[in-house]
Design a binder for this molecule. Sequence first.
Ligand SMILES: CC(C)(COP(=O)(O)OP(=O)(O)OC[C@H]1O[C@@H](n2cnc3c(N)ncnc32)[C@H](O)[C@@H]1OP(=O)(O)O)[C@@H](O)C(=O)NCCC(=O)NCCS
Length: 248
Amino acid sequence: MAGAISLLAQVAPLDLQREDYRASAALAWIATGDFQRVAERAPDFLHADELAAFRALKIARRQTSYLLGRYTAKAALHACVGPAFVPTAINVAPGVFNQPVVHGLVATPPLGVSISHSERMVCALAYPEEHPMAIDVEEIDAERTHVMLTQIGDAEADRARAACTSPDLAATVVWSAKEALSKALRCGMTCPFEIFETIELEARDGYYAGRFKNFAQYKFHSWHRQTSVLTLVLPRKTELGLALPHTL
Ligand SMILES: CC(C)(COP(=O)(O)OP(=O)(O)OC[C@H]1O[C@@H](n2cnc3c(N)ncnc32)[C@H](O)[C@@H]1OP(=O)(O)O)[C@@H](O)C(=O)NCCC(=O)NCCS
């Protein structure tokens, strides 16, 4: 059964290193075009409650995001837990703020997941609950840049444009960082966007990195892959080891 999980999703391990702490996490992703092939295997990896929730969905777009979100969440959990992982025993259910909560997994340390969907892909991150993290993926879309910029301050927009190779990429990186932070905090984008203000955005070797003005304990790393920006938010003092393929 666990084999059903690893066949279609791509998985990359993450090494999390701090002065007195070391742990593993995992990132999994899949193209939305793989929906049909995954749907055929739904009973092999969904918990009974998830299967009922999936079958009750009427809108194709939500069927895709729900199913592939659970699939990648379990692929990432499988990578962390190992061969003993039984995906059908695990229920990734929405919490009271719609945040994904992992039920039924006995793991030390306890693991959480973060999920994100775009038109092109769905991804999920499995991480130790003791080390809060979150993920966001966004498609770079020139038609959305203007809307994003209405929620981005002048200073952070200028910094992002100086660091990124295009204005559309710059706006998407900042937006994605804010959305990922809102998931790590569990509040979503329900508070004034300026609270999530980014600072110190810079281009590094193959990714963008930055911090948050009001949440000094967190930082973000963003990768530009094809038409997408993928962002991870993680504790500021953690060194992240992640080799993200260019084919993502
Ligand atoms: C969290 C939020 C920013 C995600 O935005 P989105 O456009 O759905 O973007 P993504 O595809 O990147 O993320 C979706 C995933 O975020 C996760 N998520 C939803 N709410 C979350 C929260 N409060 N904290 C952490 N993660 C959350 C879910 O896993 C969801 O996927 P799933 O429904 O398939 O499990 C957005 O939903 C939000 O602002 N929510 C707060 C407002 C709210 O609660 N609205 C709904 C009330 S019914």
